[in-house]
Design a protein around this ligand. Structure first.
Ligand code: NAD
Length: 360
């Protein structure tokens, strides 16, 4: 049997890490018919848009996709293609495992966290009004007329919607995962002490869902700033984390740092009947085209994809091969060497080749 998968190589280091992932997944023997889609900066040059409709059509048709990172201009320019993909395909659950692999620069070998980030709303919704626009002025006038706290006229505004529907389905997803995978505890992360309505609603909904799992899975909630401190001091106390979109984005990079860096942190974006896999890291433009960066995060995203299509044996073999290469510490990229300037560090493609050689 062969699977059709949309492959979005992306920008910057994307094509290099996506190519390395493709090589490793193919080497497992699972037959994949890759449908390559141009997105990001390459698509702007070719089609005048970073996300052509044909890309969405490909993912909707194949229902499985894997992508490299896609760059987003900071402060100006087009909106994030990554966010557009998640919203347009309703990939509501962002799943980011964070675990220790022997050989990485990890100070916490006990870490084995699962992060579930809501993927469609919150400040990430992209509902914004720029300074001095008619919309921003009207909004400021309306809001200033509704309550005592006054928004300054020289403000830009970003809206933070949090709904019961989206909070419920991400929290439920986290609990169902915990039950299915023998996890013990779910921690909801929020700032409901300050954002009493939006984060308050997320927390209330999380408590309601938790009650449905009482006796099976333990539940606690932690305020996001405290959570950051707890994670860098005693991450072993945590098991499954569930967060609204923005906190999920920040905390998952923090957790990637705990287990050895962005180079090894994979991710998945899951919807009702579709899934898109991608590394947590971005397009790292300064390394683009240098065959230098670590392909592990994208290869492990490939492992998540293999598990999603129920090719568990191939997934285990590929994960074990990655584990073996990192543990050996010889054919690894600069970020996995004790010293970043180590001349024995290998390139992206050479590390992928070493992983293929370890596949049994
Ligand atoms: P980044 O993740 O691209 O890079 C930050 C740093 O992390 C790099 O300079 C590098 O030191 C390290 N790093 C990242 N990937 C690595 C790898 N595979 N191996 C070794 N080291 C690695 O973050 P950034 O510089 O903030 O963002 C660059 C661009 O990526 C921006 O345009 C941003 O919008 C985009 N981005 C995209 C995604 C996505 O596609 N999902 C995610 C995050 C950022």
């Amino acid at each position: 049997m062969s699977y059709k998968v949309s492959l979005l190589p992306g920008d910057g280091i994307g094509p290099e890490v996506a190519g390395a992932m493709k090589k490793c997944v193919d080497a497992t023997g699972v037959k994949i018919d890759w449908e390559e889609c141009i997105v990001g900066e390459h698509a702007v040059k070719k089609f005048g848009t970073p996300l052509p409709e044909s890309v969405l059509e490909s993912v909707r048709k194949n229902k499985i996709a894997i992508k490299g990172p896609i760059a987003t201009p900071v402060g100006t320019g087009f909106r994030s293609v990554n966010v557009q993909l998640r919203q347009a395909l309703d990939l509501y659950a962002c799943v980011r495992p964070c675990k220790y692999y022997e050989g990485t620069k990890c100070k916490f070998p006990e870490v084995d966290l699962m992060i579930f980030r809501e993927n469609t709303e919150d400040l990430y919704a992209g509902i914004e009004f720029d300074i001095n626009t008619k919309e921003a002025k009207d909004l400021i006038t309306t809001i200033n007329g509704m309550q005592a706290k006054q928004i300054r006229p020289d403000s830009a505004i970003s809206i933070k919607p949090i709904s019961i529907f989206n909070s419920r389905r991400i929290v439920k997803y986290a609990f169902d995962y915990a039950v299915k995978h023998g996890r013990k505890k779910v921690t909801a992360v929020h700032k409901a002490n300050i954002m009493k309505f939006s984060d308050g609603l997320f927390l209330r909904t999380a408590r309601e869902v938790a009650a449905e799992y009482a006796g099976k899975i333990e539940f606690q909630d932690v305020i996001v700033d405290n959570m950051c401190m707890q994670l860098v001091q005693k991450p072993e106390l945590y098991d499954v984390l569930v967060l609204p979109n923005l906190y999920g984005d920040i905390v998952s990079d923090l957790c990637a740092g705990l287990v050895g860096g962005l180079g090894i942190a994979p991710g998945a974006n899951i919807g009702e009947n579709m899934a898109l896999f991608e590394p947590v890291h971005g397009s790292a433009p300064k390394y683009a085209g240098k065959n230098m960066v670590n392909p592990t995060a994208t290869i492990l995203s490939g492992v998540l994809m293999l598990r999603h299509i129920k090719e568990d044996q191939a997934a285990d073999r590929l994960e074990n091969a990655v584990r073996a290469v990192i543990k050996e510490g010889k054919d690894v990229t600069y970020d996995l060497k004790p010293n970043r300037n180590d001349p024995t560090a290998v390139g992206t493609q050479e590390m992928a080749d070493a992983i293929c050689r370890k596949l049994k």
